[in-house]
Design a protein around this ligand. Structure first.
Ligand code: F6R
Length: 612
């Protein structure tokens, strides 16, 4: 979604704002802008449609000097992505400048009221309404903080906002309802951001704002209050990652870097959590709900997109290894279909960002209905991580590429760890089986590395298929969700239409699509479904489809049925999806790169969708 940055201190703010915007651009990238208060207490600004780098080429830095400023990178919700609708937005007199992430739902009625009070508007955005509303209350109160407070009580919807007022030039006011915001505390300076990525270069000390809170930030002090004016004390927390983790480190794209990081990220997910001698898993973050988890009658897993695919694999894991009924729900549907949730149900929320609006809403609904909620989250300190009853961080490190890769495999590992923990408690896996699985965990990074080392093999296949119009991805059992994920990866970064199906379902419709132009990717490890999947491959071959197979290294038979074989080491069903996903990530990456697509920032997408 949109990214917000702000600076108040003794340095010139522009370079800090621009650097921050570049680091936040993965959150939204259709337009960007900055507003800065100069020494004469005027607000200067520049905003434009396009990428941050392009925008930088168009402004005069001297015209934007000043030690207090705000910036924004946008992913359009209201109004087209053009220069006018780019943030910052202003009240009609240009006293107030505001950057906003979220949606003001009642902006039309507020706009009508303001129009009848003589205010006029130059954009289509909800944010401009908010700027004028603050100005309206400022005229009545002559108090910036009070004006923001009153305006926010009029507002329905979600926001993370940072506001400048040229009549009170030595402060920035920020407020949060549903969209993340944090303060980075430096020496005599504060950096504000929606994401730690814009702060880490300056300080590791941060304070996360909670929903319903605002902060008045001056050069050398800040005060956090609720929007209804109660004082808040909040502990300073440390950002846990380093700058190097959010840089490309020589890779052409973040996505490629993140695919290649997986042997490390997966280790970070299980490190210290599994005893390799006994196979016993301990997840500290779940201790306070372990009774609920071990006695759950049913586990519901929810999330969106890639996280939902991870949840589907989780369903197979929990039912197969723990014999607990499990269900997977799209978070976006969950609360609208009046779900039947009982107090002994456990609801697992999976989210890389921990900020996805639909997943947050599903969490709230599950909590309202009395279920125990567990988060599987990557971003430390994010909203879902803070608000669930218990949780486990996946520790995959910052994921900047918009297409999720390492977070997915780490989500699978977290689900596997939960599965092993429950299976041990319930006795559905014997000690011997647990030890065998644990020994497989130990060799997993090496097996992943082996796949990654062969990545150049994929370039050839990518060249061959880069002009395909459609792709089909087919898998069975644990690898059906892997097929869905492979198809999602391809369509989101290369814009080639792709569908994932359970392989046997293909006969019930999609087979009509098969001809000599249709590439079909099969995930065919040597497991209990192998013979069946060979039959499915033959059905495609008989109709002249092009077959690309993900198969195990010792499976020589598969070459008889396939045009191309991408080989992965064999593993137990619990971990095979982790290994089988990697060739699919590479395939989509190299196809998108061969088509000259913007791999890290695909069109129309944003890294985390914080609006419904
Ligand atoms: C796809 C992708 C999205 C996210 C989805 C949920 O590559 O990244 O489908 O998985 O938007 O995001 P999180 O996990 O942040 O809740």
């Amino acid at each position: 979604m949109c990214g917000i940055v702000g600076y108040i201190g003794r340095r010139n703010s522009l370079s800090i704002l621009m650097e921050g915007l570049k680091r936040l651009e993965y959150r939204g990238y259709d337009s960007a802008g900055v507003a800065v208060i100069n020494d004469s207490k005027d607000i200067n600004f520049f905003k434009k449609a396009g990428k941050v780098k392009e925008i930088e080429e168009h402004f005069d830095p001297d015209a934007l000097s000043g030690t207090t400023g705000i910036g924004h990178t946008r992913w359009a919700t209201h109004g087209a992505p053009n220069d006018t609708n780019a943030h910052p937005h202003f009240d009609m007199g240009k006293n107030i400048a505001i950057v906003h992430n979220g949606i003001i739902e009642n902006y039309k009625s507020l706009k009508r009221k303001l129009e009848s009070a003589g205010f006029s508007f130059s954009t289509e955005t909800d944010t401009e309404v908010l700027a004028n509303l603050i100005e309206f209350h400022f005229r009545n109160t002559n108090d910036f903080e009070k004006a923001v407070r009153i305006a926010l009580t009029d507002v329905e919807g979600t926001y993370g906002i940072a506001i400048l007022n040229k009549k009170e030039p030595d402060k920035i006011i920020i407020a949060r309802m549903g969209s993340p915001l944090m303060l980075g505390l430096g020496k005599d300076e504060t950096i504000i951001s929606s994401d730690a990525a814009a702060i880490i270069n300056h300080t590791k000390n941060v304070i996360y704002l909670e929903d319903g809170e605002m902060a008045v930030i001056k050069r050398d002090s800040f005060q956090i209050k609720t929007i209804s004016d109660e004082d808040i004390f909040r502990e300073v927390q440390k950002i846990e990652f380093d700058l190097t983790e959010i840089e490309k480190s020589g890779f052409e794209h973040f996505m490629l870097k993140e695919i290649c990081e997986q042997p490390d990220s997966i280790q970070n997910t299980y490190r210290g959590r599994i005893n390799f001698e006994t196979g016993v898993v301990k997840l500290g973050g779940l201790e306070n709900v372990s009774d609920k988890l071990f006695n759950a009658k049913r586990i519901i897993i929810t999330g969106c997109g890639t996280a939902w695919h991870a949840g589907l694999v989780g369903e197979y894991m929990l039912e197969h290894y723990c014999r607990i009924p499990a269900e997977v729900e799209y978070a976006s549907e969950f609360r609208y279909r009046n779900p039947i949730i009982n107090r002994d149900d456990v609801v697992i929320l999976i989210s890389q960002s921990g900020e996805t609006a639909d997943t947050r809403a599903a969490m709230k609904e599950a909590q309202r209905l009395g279920a125990t909620t567990i988060g599987i989250v990557n971003v430390v300190g994010s909203t879902i991580a803070r608000e669930v009853d218990a949780g486990t961080y996946i520790h995959a490190g910052p994921e900047i590429g918009v297409a999720s890769t390492k977070a997915f495999t780490s989500q699978l590992m977290s689900l596997a760890l939960i599965t092993l923990m429950i299976a041990n408690n319930k006795g559905t896996l014997s000690e011997k089986q647990l030890i065998e699985i644990a020994s497989e965990v130990k060799v997993l990074p090496e097996k992943m590395k082996h796949i990654i080392d062969k990545r150049n093999d994929y370039k050839f296949i990518a060249e061959e298929f880069k002009d395909a119009k459609n792709f089909l991805y087919l898998g069975r059992g644990f690898n059906f969700p892997v097929a869905l994920e492979g198809a999602l990866k391809l369509k989101e970064i290369s814009y080639i239409h792709a569908e994932g199906y359970p392989a046997a379902e293909m006969k019930h419709g999609p087979i009509a699509l098969i001809d000599e132009n249709m590439p079909v990717v099969f995930i065919a490890p040597k497991d209990s479904t192998y013979d069946k999947i060979i039959s499915n491959i033959e059905e495609i071959k008989a109709r002249k489809g092009k077959i690309i197979t993900i198969a195990n290294e010792d499976d020589m038979e598969i070459s008889n049925y396939s045009d191309y074989v991408l080989r992965v080491p064999a593993s137990v069903p619990l971990f095979a999806p982790i290994l089988n996903s990697i060739p699919l990530q590479f395939l989509s990456y190299y196809i998108a790169a061969a088509r000259n697509c913007n791999v890290d920032q695909p069109r129309n997408l944003a890294k985390s969708v914080t609006v419904e």
